[in-house]
Design a protein around this ligand. Structure first.
Ligand code: SF4
Ligand code: SF4
Length: 271
């Protein structure tokens, strides 16, 4: 990658560094139940951005419980290097996210703090995220075209207004691209998750790859759809198709291939 900040932050981060995943682990803290958009594949029974395993529902923690949870796990398991918030809703739509990360950062400044977000509030959250020690951000970008996005997002709720259809999708992508750019400028590492939705955005992900690379993302993680919500009738893409697409897009932006679609309360080494 040739970027010293990237090398330093990802050296022991199991999601950005496949080799590190053998030795180092992460903790997800399920403190964020609310969301500010509606993805048509989401039932909210599971975790945000398809970072889930079907049939498993996360329980919520308060910030205080989350801190105690980190304390217990770090004492028990010396592999922990990363603490993140990835749901079960949208981390940045919940005040508990920053509060929790601040508590954890104060007590464990050496652990890397991480969030996974839909990006709608990323730019305005960056100062508080930095103050809470966040150095790695994942933004879920499923579409950069309003026409495609309008088939994926039912609505986007921003500053007291609800945006439907192409207007919502356009607003979301503008916020995501600005957030990715500003997160990069502020020295964070940025991963993009893209849910591969057959018949909806499969032929669009090359455009997504180019756009997120241009905005400054370091790596892309293509996640096969788990059919649920309004997309329950779609078939999940077969693994060969996902791998083929990763190979096709890897000259545009580095591809992650070892994502385990973890729950919002996952802990330890991946898998
Ligand atoms: Fe569900 Fe996450 Fe989409 Fe919100 S951003 S609707 S929690 S998948
Ligand atoms: Fe890492 Fe993927 Fe698990 Fe997120 S869902 S913690 S990116 S392996």
């Amino acid at each position: 990658m040739g970027d010293p900040a990237y090398e330093e932050i990802t050296r022991e981060h199991p999601c950005y560094n496949k080799a590190a995943a053998r030795w180092f682990g992460r903790i997800h803290l399920p403190v964020a139940p609310d969301c500010n958009i509606k993805c048509r594949y989401c039932t909210r029974l599971y975790d945000c951005a398809n970072e889930n395993r079907p049939g498993v529902t996360s329980h919520l923690m308060t910030p205080g419980e989350a801190l105690q949870h980190v304390q217990r796990l770090v004492e028990r398991d010396r592999c922990i290097r990363v603490v993140g918030v990835a749901g079960p809703g949208e981390p940045l739509a919940n005040k508990a996210t920053i509060y929790t990360l601040r508590l954890v950062h104060r007590r464990f400044p050496w652990l890397t703090k991480c969030i996974s977000t839909n990006g709608l509030l990323l730019t305005e959250s960056l100062p508080t995220l930095r103050e809470a020690g966040v150095r790695a951000v994942t933004v879920t970008v499923n579409a950069v075209s309003p026409a495609v996005g309008s088939r994926i997002y039912d609505y986007v709720s921003y500053r007291g207004r609800v945006y439907k259809g192409a207007a919502g999708a356009e607003l979301l992508w503008q916020a995501q691209s600005g957030g990715i750019r500003r997160a990069r400028e502020s020295g964070m590492v940025v991963k993009v998750n893209s849910v591969l939705i057959p018949g909806i955005n499969d032929h669009h992900l090359e455009e997504v790859a180019r756009a997120v690379k241009a905005a400054g993302a370091h790596v892309m993680n293509i996640i096969p759809l788990i059919p649920q919500g309004e997309f329950v009738g779609l078939l999940p893409p077969p693994p060969e198709r996902v791998n083929l697409l990763r190979r096709k897009l890897s000259p545009i932006i580095d591809q992650m291939s070892h994502c385990r679609r973890c729950r919002a309360d996952a802990a330890g080494r991946l898998g």
